[in-house]
Write a protein that binds this ligand. Structure first.
Ligand SMILES: [Zn+2]
Ligand SMILES: [Zn+2]
Length: 272
C-alpha cells in the first residue's frame, strides 16, 4: 500500500515539475527500486537537534580516545578518571547548562549575548552592559578536562609525530562539536492533554501557547520559523491558514513553516 502511495507521489511530482521530454520511470522499475531500498523508521536525534546529536557523538568519541591513550602508557586510573569527568560534563551540558543561561550573566560561558556575538562581524555583535568576572565550576571542568587530554596528546613520548598529529586533529574535531553543542541553547515546552485528537486544532493551540510564552519572556521576538515533520496535522491547510490569527493573538509572525523529510525531523521551532 505504502509503495503504491510513493509511486503515485512520484508521478504527480514529475507531472508538476518536469517537462514532456523527461523520461519517467515505469511502475515495475519503481517497485524494483522500492524493493531494494524500503522505507524504514529512523530513531535518532539527527534531524531533530543536529547540534545535540553531534555533541553526543563528540563525547562518545573522546571517551573512546581516552581508551586508546592506555596503549601509550597513560595509566588506567587516569583514563577512567577522564572518562568519568567527560560523562559528568556531558550530563551538565545536556541538562543543567541551559538553566544557567541568561542575557546578562557575569559568567562569560552563561551569557547568551556574549556567546552569540561574533567579534569579527559588527552586524552580529552586541556589547554587554556588564563584566564577565565570575567563573562556573562545571564549565571550567569541561575546559580543564579538554586541556588535560590535549596536553597528554602533545606531551606523550610514546607516540610518533604522525600518530600524534592524527590524534590531535581528531581531538580538535570532537572538541569543536562539543563547543558547537554548548553554544546552541534549546528550550523545550511540554504540553499534556487529558484528551485530544492529533489534528490541526491541537497543533494550533500548542503553537499559540508556545509563542505567547516566548513573547512574554522575550518581547523583542517578532518572527518565528517552524520546522515540523510531514504528519497531516502539521501540513493541514487549517494550520497554515492560522498564521495570521496566531500573529494577532501572540504578536509573533510565523515567517516560514518547513516540513522535514518524513520520519527525520520533529517540531523544532526557530525564533528570530
Ligand atoms: Zn554578558
Ligand atoms: Zn557553567
Amino acid at each position: 500500500m505504502a509503495q503504491h502511495l510513493i509511486c503515485s507521489q512520484y508521478y504527480s511530482y514529475c507531472q508538476e515539475t518536469t517537462s514532456v521530454n523527461f523520461k519517467i520511470l515505469g511502475e515495475s522499475s519503481l517497485f524494483a527500486i522500492l524493493q531494494a531500498c524500503a522505507a524504514s523508521t529512523r530513531k535518532s536525534m539527527a534531524g531533530i537537534d543536529n547540534y545535540a546529536a553531534n555533541g553526543f557523538t563528540g563525547f562518545d568519541n573522546l571517551k573512546k580516545k581516552c581508551d586508546e591513550l592506555a596503549v601509550f602508557h597513560v595509566s588506567i586510573d587516569k583514563v577512567v578518571q577522564l572518562q568519568k569527568t567527560l560523562q559528568k560534563c556531558r550530563n551538565y551540558i545536556k541538562i543543567d547548562y541551559k538553566t544557567h543561561m541568561s542575557n546578562s550573566s557575569t559568567i562569560a560561558d552563561h551569557c547568551s549575548v556574549f556567546g552569540l556575538s561574533d567579534s569579527k562581524d559588527n552586524d552580529w555583535n552586541e556589547e554587554c552592559d556588564h563584566t564577565h568576572t565570575d567563573k562556573c565550576e562545571d564549565c571550567c571542568l569541561l575546559d580543564n578536562t579538554l586541556a588535560e587530554i590535549e596536553l597528554i596528546l602533545k606531551d606523550n613520548d610514546e607516540m610518533t609525530e604522525d600518530i600524534r598529529l592524527r590524534h590531535l586533529t581528531l581531538f580538535n574535531q570532537q572538541r569543536n562539536l562539543l563547543y558547537e553543542w554548548k553554544k546552541t541553547s534549546t528550550k523545550t515546552f511540554c504540553h499534556v492533554f487529558n484528551n485530544c485528537l492529533q489534528n490541526s486544532s491541537t497543533v494550533i493551540s500548542i503553537l499559540e501557547d508556545v509563542l505567547k510564552r516566548i513573547k512574554f519572556d522575550h518581547p523583542e521576538v517578532e518572527t518565528a520559523y517552524i520546522r515540523c515533520d510531514n504528519a497531516g496535522c502539521y501540513h493541514d491547510s487549517e494550520t497554515l491558514l492560522a498564521v495570521k490569527a496566531l500573529f494577532d493573538s501572540t504578536g509573533i509572525f510565523i515567517r516560514r513553516i518547513d516540513f522535514s523529510e518524513p520520519q527525520t525531523g520533529v517540531n523544532a521551532l526557530h525564533i528570530g
